[in-house]
Design a protein around this ligand. Structure first.
Ligand code: URA
Length: 188
């Protein structure tokens, strides 16, 4: 069953203003994943490949996951908004609201042990806070009985490399991967 078939009821009710087949990117990952990652919205690379986090931010995320010994294939990876916003603009509030019920359905279906919200958009939306990601990253919050940890968006670490150790530390904590002091491939 495709993602669209699985959540068919949602797609039937989604207002056409928020739908564009050519810009749609479904979630990826096991339906019973223990960890769910929630990004912002797909970009051009994601649309091309039909999968979230496969562009530069995705490569960065993969590097960090590999460095901490985590397996991307075990994670359920989704976005707040599943249509690429035009011209790489930020998702609008009404777009986030239109797509929010689908994310709630995904959370119910996957039933993850922990949800990681990547960056400000996903974190502020899911935690209903105005606090910025630099203030709240790495802390575990409870939302409707579920654990949520905001972490830096991997794209933010591309602009500001000093954020990479924090992203790595937070992912280690969330995924239960201890720091063994081993050299990282990305240091080569
Ligand atoms: N950034 C996101 O937030 N999501 C993606 O899928 C890709 C980049």
């Amino acid at each position: 069953m495709t993602f669209k078939e699985k959540y068919g009821d949602f797609f039937e009710t989604l207002h056409p203003d928020y739908w564009e087949e050519e810009r749609f990117v479904p979630a990826v990952g096991p339906e019973d994943a223990e960890v769910m990652l929630v990004g912002e919205a797909p970009g051009a690379n994601e649309v091309e490949e039909g999968e979230p986090f496969v562009g530069r931010a995705g490569e960065k995320m993969n590097d960090v996951l590999r460095d901490i010994g985590a397996d991307r294939d075990e994670l359920y990876i989704t976005n707040l908004v599943k249509i690429r916003p035009p011209d790489n603009r930020d998702p609008k509030k009404e777009e986030i609201e239109a797509w929010a019920p689908l994310l709630e359905e995904e959370i119910e279906a996957v039933d993850p042990d922990i949800i990681l919200t990547l960056g400000n958009f996903a974190s502020k939306e899911m935690l209903d806070t105005k606090k910025g990601i630099s203030q709240i990253h790495g802390r575990i919050f409870s939302r409707e009985g579920r654990k949520i940890m905001p972490v830096y968006h991997p794209a933010a670490t591309l602009y500001d490399r000093s954020k990479t150790p924090d992203l790595e530390k937070d992912l280690r904590k969330a995924l239960g991967k201890e720091d063994t002091g081993q050299q990282k491939l990305s240091d080569l």
